[in-house]
Design a protein around this ligand. Structure first.
Ligand SMILES: O=C(O)C[C@H]1C=CC(=O)O1
Length: 96
């Protein structure tokens, strides 16, 4: 099942900078592990914002929920999820 996930990151201005750098490093490793597994299919920075647009390929809504809840930066995020399905005009042979 494919999902578009939009994440906006809002870190309080007074948050400890070193702690934030540590969280970002853990978040990067978490994200890259899922990308290497083909679960986090795409991640794009939204130009000019501390936001991303991502595509996830997971087996269930519950699995997506578990992944998003596990994001180290989740406490600082606003997250929007949109379920996707194949477009009838797509020229791709599969959903890649
Ligand atoms: O930077 C972000 O958009 C937030 C988050 C998502 C993946 C990652 O490494 O950080």
């Amino acid at each position: 099942m494919l999902f578009k996930v939009e994440m906006d990151v809002n870190v309080p201005l007074d948050y400890d900078p070193q702690r934030f750098e540590e969280l970002k490093a853990v978040e990067k490793a978490y994200s890259q592990d899922l990308q290497n597994k083909g679960v986090w299919r795409h991640i794009w920075r939204v130009a000019g914002l501390y936001s991303n647009v991502s595509i996830f390929d997971v087996e269930s809504n519950e699995k997506l929920h578990e992944i998003l809840m596990g994001l180290p930066l989740y406490p600082f995020m606003d997250v929007r999820v949109t379920a996707l399905c194949r477009h009838p005009s797509s020229v791709r042979e599969d959903d890649s």
